[in-house]
Design a protein around this ligand. Structure first.
Ligand SMILES: CC(C)(COP(=O)(O)OP(=O)(O)OC[C@H]1O[C@@H](n2cnc3c(N)ncnc32)[C@H](O)[C@@H]1OP(=O)(O)O)[C@@H](O)C(=O)NCCC(=O)NCCS
Length: 157
């Protein structure tokens, strides 16, 4: 299977944070942001492997800055690393001021998706071919996280 560059499957989308997405304090409700993250990450994984995917794990989720009602919300996802059937996808959620367009990173997450074949069992995916310095750094860090998770599971079992 031919390898693919992260840029071939990366996805970007935008929302406006509406009152229905907020908590009583007028800032984003975490569950809404998590749903948007899962959605955009699964799209990148699907575009990478061209198959059905399921979320296997959310490795990290950091809410760094609040997003307020009326803010523009920019989500970016790309596949950082691919194993045999699993793919680690990184997501950045950026809060953008609707008037000045000033941006700051509000949330980051790393998720693992597994590609499924027609029998609904894990199936092989293309390897990832990082090109830019950022992609190579993300690839290296993702590889460390995958190894650390496997080591933890081994120690706990
Ligand atoms: C994800 C799932 C298909 C894995 O099935 P499995 O029988 O454990 O598969 P395997 O042991 O063969 O592992 C397949 C791959 O998944 C990875 N994997 C399995 N569980 C994982 C977990 N909790 N976290 C990260 N990776 C995981 C394995 O490391 C392996 O990766 P590799 O092929 O790249 O080496 C299965 O656990 C499942 O269906 N989970 C429920 C998914 C779901 O309902 N998600 C929510 C809605 S989408």
């Amino acid at each position: 299977m031919a390898g693919k560059k992260p840029s071939e499957s990366s996805v970007e989308s935008r929302y406006v944070l509406m009152p229905g997405h907020a908590n009583p304090q007028g800032t984003a409700f975490g569950g809404v942001i998590m749903a948007w993250i899962d959605m955009i990450a699964s799209m990148a994984a699907q575009r990478h492997c061209g198959k059905e995917v399921v979320t296997a794990n959310i490795d990290s989720l950091s809410f760094k800055k609040p997003i307020r009602v009326g803010d523009h919300v920019v989500l970016k996802s790309c596949v950082n690393y691919a194993g045999r059937s699993s793919m680690e996808v990184g997501v950045r959620v950026i809060r953008e001021d609707p008037y000045s367009a000033e941006q700051s990173i509000a949330t980051t997450a790393h998720l693992t998706f597994v590609a499924l074949g027609e029998n609904k069992r894990p199936v092989g995916v293309a390897e990832i071919l990082p090109e830019t310095e950022d992609e190579k750094r993300r690839y290296g860090n993702a590889k460390l996280r995958v190894a650390a998770r496997k080591e933890l599971l081994r120690k706990m079992s």
